[in-house]
Design a protein around this ligand. Structure first.
Ligand code: XMP
Length: 186
């Protein structure tokens, strides 16, 4: 059987590199939100590993919520359509909100989510992404906290998937052409 590692053409970010950068991001976020009522909202599923590792490094009181969003539909291209899967949105009245997502690509997802959460009138709204792809954005958007800028390649691992696979790889890598054209059936 093919292993997940066999499908990776090249590793872009090793686990140690990711975690060292998370120390820096977490330190910055801790300084910015000390003594403030903070709710961190993770965008599922892609941000789950990033969110868990980041929040463990932020030693101030905060609340955690998640939004289940469908935007990529398992392929290589962003569909441009963003669907909220849950009926109830987090209660952010009187709280500062930090949205956490895996990757800023076309910008459509975070643009739509920010509009939705912004309409709930939190005290403030900022965004944090692990990766920012070097592409022209379809939606005018930039993130407030960025882990790494990466080239325009389809990446998997550390929460990111191709057809729901590879999320549990501890590093971020570029998927091989072969794995893209012949996806795992497991
Ligand atoms: P945008 O910014 O285009 O991003 O709205 C939407 C979502 O698309 C996913 N995405 C990727 N997933 N490898 C992935 O596994 C990628 O290279 C990639 N680029 C975008 C991701 O879930 C993001 O939140």
């Amino acid at each position: 059987m093919r292993s997940m590692q066999d499908d990776i053409a090249k590793i872009l970010l090793h686990e140690s590199t990711i975690l060292a950068r998370l120390d820096e991001l977490a330190y910055q976020i801790t300084q910015d939100y000390r003594e403030k009522p903070l709710t961190v909202i993770g965008i599922l599923n892609g941000s789950c590993l990033f969110l868990a590792d980041l929040l463990r490094r932020i030693p101030i009181p905060l609340q955690i919520d998640c939004l289940s969003i469908a935007s990529y539909h398992g392929g290589l291209e962003s569909s441009g359509a963003v669907a909220f899967r849950q009926s109830e949105l987090p209660n952010v009245a009187g709280r500062h909100v930090l949205l956490v997502d895996d990757i800023l690509d076309t910008g459509v997802t975070l643009h739509v989510v920010c509009e939705k959460i912004g309409s709930l009138e939190p005290l403030s709204l900022r965004t944090c992404v692990l990766l920012k792809k070097d592409v022209p954005r379809k939606a005018e958007f930039d993130a407030d906290y960025v882990g790494f800028a990466i080239p325009n390649e389809f990446v998997v691992g550390y929460g990111l998937d191709y057809q729901q696979h590879y999320r549990n790889l501890p590093f971020i890598g570029v998927l091989s052409e072969e794995a893209i054209s012949n996806p795992s059936k497991v």
